[in-house]
Ligand binder design. Structure first.
Ligand code: ADP
Ligand code: ADP
Length: 228
């Protein structure tokens, strides 16, 4: 199958501290790769490098075979949707405005078209009744579903999820994981950093274990969890 995202020999430093050591990983079209590992092992940094929220010191990251450094950063971030632990919604915009803002401005999509598409996405994440709410009127689980819908509004070819359920009360985790399961079933290419092992096992095609800035182990999900 075709490779969509490729990390090729990535080294990353923060000042003098090396936090990624020669990391190589290829993610195929429609594949779901789940990254697990202890806090501080470099999971978040690796994801952030893919859409140039962090720079790398050596190696190359490619999307569809093209080095990400070669393209325009805005264009790159249209292709890669990213969802973070802490939602990052615009607090003074309604739910629907949060979703339409980027497509209407960055992609120059007609307001009415952007709104209709946002309503469809809100239906997909089960929030069609919260269109005109403000983020602070929503639960964390609802806010995170809005954040996912907002990322999808750009019609990305790849979605990155960085511990998106870690800040949620336990009873709200399931509703976010359900949305992610549906995305995976629809064939979205996804790289997911999570501590939810049951979910990782359910949804991941492959599991990557990071440790001290390196890929310590990688394998197909079934063998990863069963082999000694
Ligand atoms: P994980 O996501 O696995 O918890 P991170 O990628 O957040 O790990 O962190 C990897 C290492 O990089 C850690 O040692 C962390 O303290 C360090 N780090 C992360 N972000 C920064 C930063 N902005 N400045 C300096 N060090 C950082
Ligand atoms: P995560 O668990 O998602 O990796 P962290 O709690 O490690 O997040 O880090 C939260 C923020 O703090 C991130 O923006 C990260 O870049 C920054 N950070 C982490 N470690 C350090 C560090 N040692 N020095 C400076 N910033 C850091």
């Amino acid at each position: 199958s075709d490779t969509l995202l490729e990390f090729d020999g990535i080294d990353k430093y923060f000042d003098d501290t090396k936090v990624l050591h020669d990391v190589s990983l290829a993610v195929n079209e429609a594949e779901v790769v789940v990254i697990i590992g202890p806090s501080g092992s470099g999971k978040s940094t690796l994801l952030r490098c893919a859409n140039r929220l962090e720079t790398v010191q050596s190696g190359e990251i490619r999307i569809g075979g093209i080095p990400i450094q070669d393209g325009n950063v805005d264009h790159l971030r249209q292709r890669i949707g990213m969802v973070f632990q802490d939602f990052n919604l615009f607090p003074h915009k309604t739910v629907v405005e949060n979703i339409t803002l980027a497509p209407a401005t960055v992609k120059d999509i007609d307001d009415q078209v952007a709104r209709e598409r946002a309503m469809d996405l809100l239906g997909d994440v089960g929030l069609e009744d919260q269109t005109d709410s403000y983020p602070n009127q929503l639960s964390g689980g609802q806010q995170q579903r809005v954040a996912i819908a907002r990322a999808l509004a750009m019609e990305p070819s790849l979605m990155l999820f960085d511990e998106v359920t870690s800040a949620l009360d336990p009873e709200l985790v399931g509703e976010v994981l359900t949305v992610m399961r549906e995305l995976a079933a629809d064939g979205m290419t996804m790289v997911i950093v999570t501590h939810q092992m049951g979910f990782a096992r359910d949804v991941g095609d492959r599991i990557v274990l990071m440790s001290d800035g390196e890929i310590a182990e990688i394998g197909e999900t079934e063998s990863f969890f069963t082999d000694p």
